[in-house]
Design a protein around this ligand. Structure first.
Ligand code: C2E
Ligand code: CA
Ligand code: CA
Length: 811
């Protein structure tokens, strides 16, 4: 059932040193560096001792860097592997250069000529390092290419100014013994400008693994400082092995080694080759390109105070940098305006979509209710007649079950077309969900005739993929006469529904008009109703749990509790029994039962896994969110089970918010104060008002399966999802994509930076025992990263699902 994307192990093979091990490395590197500095500073062992210490320490440090970065390359994949390999190759070339140097000084016993083969090795390091930094994957971001180019330009021209003022200028003035020697000495500062620019640019881009990047950049800074000092001292004839500036090289390579070890110690794959989260660029990193410019300004100003005038190179490079800053500011303003436009357009698109059924293009329930309310207002005021027809296809489930959902969807589209054709332009036809349609008639013109036309419209069979299908509809009609008292929309729909069931009982495929003597529940419901009431009362409703996972790693962050009921051996789907329970007034009791079960199970699981970061989500109906007693019930429940409130997620639907928004806001505020998390379920189908995202204290939204089912085939759906992610990001909400069944859908989620998902691809709902087994068979990852499900950072648990498939019976 679950394919390649099933809950995966985030556990490494135990190769990584772990965070504790890394600390030891840091201490060792620091101690070595201090010892090295002291040996140079105090000329330990005399000039000869310093010569050996310095040459061999640099050689050793470079080799350590080769090992560290090579290890990271070995433990990663794809582009990340190429990046680390490139850095390792650069370090290796530097080490060979140092080997040559050591040969001259320690074996041949004479000063290393300049230029020599050693310089070839040293100078190739910046090439490898810069390539490595370029290859490190960035995260899907919204910044424009022009801005990156300008950032690069500002950095390079500022660094040229800095370098010219500190070393490059001196080198150029000193000239060289030969043109070649001159070119080689110029190549050092140029190489440094290259790696420093790459490091700063990389720090500006949102990166997958920031810590390694910072370490790499620090290494580049140390390298550049040591190089500049070398070039300057060399040009002025003051360089000798053992100069204190050599500490910079050793520090640079030790930092590289630690960066590599850090990457290699992550759970496998050591470094993800694909982006996982798309955070907003931190403000500090957008300002980074200005840092070199600031440095340049400070240095040039300092020199000015000392009496040096700006020379042509300094003047030109600083002017170019300033011009680019102006251009960049312009682009930033333009980009921001464009982004605002995009967000506004997406919001409008979502609003439009909010009132239409995506499959058939008909009005949806929200729009239907809206129009019906308006019609009832007119009835109240002007005694205008109103009629509602409720239309349910007969045996539609058989079509879905035998021909599949795609054929079912196609049929619904064709039925919608025929029904539309049987109506007049002013009539409102809506799809209320599944195979249910409703019609609102506001002119009082023979509604029974219209009902008969609807029945008649489906009389001719449909041809679907060479199959001839006959589909009938049972239609219920309720008429509100001018003199009658104005009912609510719900009352009107219930009456039409009762009439529709009467039509079904009378033999289907016909029209029935409501009268007050009709039984209030359908024949089907009646047979289930009593059993269901009993099952709820005697706690025979079972609970299945479906994992909610982190898309990038497959790590489980939470479990959604789903109600399961077996009536005389037959599993009745919750979509069927939940409405019956609601009509029977048993939904409150069912919710209490689910909450009780889920919480007691959660505390057992928390004890089992040894931490309290696992979350459980429970579906709560609208009636709970408008019940003043509900927050108290939740507080008592958490207390009884000693559960951290942040571990409980309540999934609410937008219907709850439509029912009584002020009260729902009040109750959700109280729940928020208690500390439980609130998630808006089924987002993207029904009302989907973005308003609700802002007015209620929510922590996350769950994007409905109807919506996610198309993200890998329909570019519009993908763009809309991207829009929702951007908006949710702005509102600080987490997004969980529901019903993910295919790897291609997961790929889209990953690309758009949607971190959390649920669906058969990862794991279907399973019984408590299977989930316990799953938890018991798993090993905790040594490194637990922070993830968010709900607003507060919760720890994800990387479960090594040893055999998820075998324990994945559908419940
Ligand atoms: P929901 O809250 O949207 O729950 C998700 C539904 O999607 C579940 O159906 C789950 O089994 C199904 N699902 C998960 N992944 C996939 C997938 O990859 N593909 C497909 N096709 N389906 C997937 P289920 O368990 O049949 O529940 C249906 C609905 O019944 C729920 O939708 C929820 O609205 C309601 N429900 C279930 N349990 C409860 C409950 O305890 N209380 C309340 N009030 N409602 C419940
Ligand atoms: Ca749900
Ligand atoms: Ca849902």
């Amino acid at each position: 059932m679950a394919s390649g994307g099933a809950v995966t192990s985030g556990v490494s093979s135990g190769l990584g040193p772990g965070p504790g091990g890394l600390r030891v490395w840091w201490i060792a590197a620091g101690a070595l560096l201090v010892a090295f500095g002291l040996a140079l500073g105090f000329t330990v062992g005399g000039p000869k001792g310093v010569l050996y210490t310095d040459d061999l320490a640099q050689f050793g440090a470079a080799l350590t860097a080769v090992l560290g970065t090579g290890w990271a390359a070995w433990r990663s994949t794809g582009r990340v592997r190429a990046a680390w390999s490139s850095v390792a190759a650069g370090a290796g070339l530097w080490a060979s250069g140092q080997g040559v140097w050591c040969y001259y000084e320690l074996i041949a016993h004479h000063a290393t000529p300049f230029p020599s083969l050693a310089d070839a090795g040293y100078l190739l390091f910046p090439v490898g390092a810069a390539l490595g930094l370029w290859l490190l994957p960035t995260i899907h971001g919204h910044g424009s290419r022009g801005r990156w180019v300008l950032d690069g330009g500002i950095i390079v021209s500022s660094l040229v100014a800095v370098s010219w003022a500190t070393s490059l200028g001196a080198v150029a003035q000193a000239g060289g013994d030969s043109r070649f020697a001159f070119a080689v000495s110029l190549a050092y500062p140029v190489g440094d400008i290259l790696i420093l620019s790459m490091a700063i640019l990389a720090l500006c881009r949102p990166q997958v693994e920031r810590r390694e990047l910072v370490l790499l950049s620090l290494a580049m800074v140390a390298m550049a400082i040591a190089d500049s000092a070398f070039v300057y001292l060399n040009a002025t004839g003051a360089y000798a092995t053992g100069s204190l500036s050599d500490i910079g090289w050793v520090a640079a390579f030790l930092l590289l080694a630690i960066a590599g070890a850090n990457a290699a110690s992550r759970p496998f794959p050591a470094v993800k080759s694909a982006p996982e989260v798309a955070p907003d660029r931190p403000a500090a990193s957008t300002m980074l390109p200005y840092l070199p410019l600031l440095c340049a300004a400070v240095i040039l100003f300092g020199r000015r105070v000392q009496g040096h005038d700006l020379d042509a190179v300094e003047f030109v490079s600083v002017s170019v940098a300033f011009a680019m800053v102006l251009a960049r500011q312009y682009l930033t303003v333009r980009d921001n305006r464009a982004l605002l436009g995009v967000v506004a357009a997406r919001e409008e698109q979502l609003h439009l979509q909010a009132f239409h059924d995506q499959l058939t293009g008909l009005a949806n329930r929200a729009l239907f209710i809206n129009r019906a309310e308006h019609a009832l207002d007119l009835h109240r005021r002007d005694l205008r007649p109103v009629s509602v027809l409720f239309c349910d296809l007969d045996d539609f489930k058989t079509v879905n079950d035998t021909l599949g959902h795609a054929a079912g969807d196609e049929l619904l589209i064709r039925v919608a077309e025929r029904l539309r054709g049987a109506l007049r332009p002013g009539d409102t036809l809506a799809r209320l969900g599944g195979d249910e349609f409703a019609v609102l008639l506001e002119d009082g013109d023979e509604p029974a005739l219209v009902g008969a036309r609807l029945v008649q419209a489906l009389h001719d069979p449909f041809t679907l993929e060479d199959r001839v299908l006959t589909v009938r509809a049972s239609v219920g009609l309720t008429q509100l006469l001018p003199e009658e008292q104005t009912p609510t929309v719900d009352d009107l729909l219930t009456q039409a529904d009762i009439a529709m069931y009467a039509a079904k009982r009378a033999g289907k495929g016909q029209l029935a008009c409501y009268d007050a003597t009709m039984p209030r529940t359908s024949a089907d419901d009646l047979s289930l109703r009593e059993n269901l009431i009993e099952a709820i009362r005697y706690h025979r409703i079972q609970v299945a749990y479906q994992p909610i996972v982190e898309v990038g790693t497959g790590a489980i962050v939470g479990l959604e509790a789903l109600a399961r009921w077996t009536n005389s051996g037959d599993a009745v789907p919750p979509t069927r029994f939940i409405p019956i329970a609601q009509r029977a007034g048993m939904l409150g009791e069912l919710t209490d039962h689910m909450l009780e079960q889920a919480c007691s199970q959660l505390s057992a699981w928390s004890a089992q896994v040894g931490h309290d970061q696992l979350q459980v989500a429970v579906n709560v109906p609208p009636s709970a969110i408008t019940d003043r007693m509900f927050p108290g019930t939740i507080a008592a429940l958490l207390d009884r089970h000693r559960i951290d409130p942040a571990q409980l997620v309540l999934e609410i639907t937008e219907e709850a918010l439509l029912e009584d928004l002020p009260l729902a806001r009040e109750i959700t505020r109280l729940l928020h104060e208690i500390g439980v998390r609130l998630s808006l379920d089924d987002f993207g189908t029904g009302y989907s008002s973005l308003l609700h995202l802002q007015t209620v204290h929510l922590d996350s939204v769950k994007i409905d399966r109807d919506f996610t089912s198309k993200i890998d085939t329909d570019p519009t759906a993908e763009r809309l999802l991207d829009g929702i992610l951007v908006l949710a990001g702005h509102l600080g909400l987490n997004v969980i994509a529901e019903g993910i069944e295919r790897q291609t859908q997961a790929d889209v989620l990953q690309r758009l930076g949607c971190r959390l998902a649920q669906g058969y691809l990862y794991a279907p709902p399973a019984g408590q025992r299977q989930i316990s087994d799953l938890l018991a068979n798993t090993v905790r990852s040594p490194s637990q990263r922070q993830v968010n499900f709900g607003s507060s950072p919760a720890r994800s648990t990387n479960w090594a699902a040893t055999d998820m498939n075998s324990s994945q019976d559908m419940v």
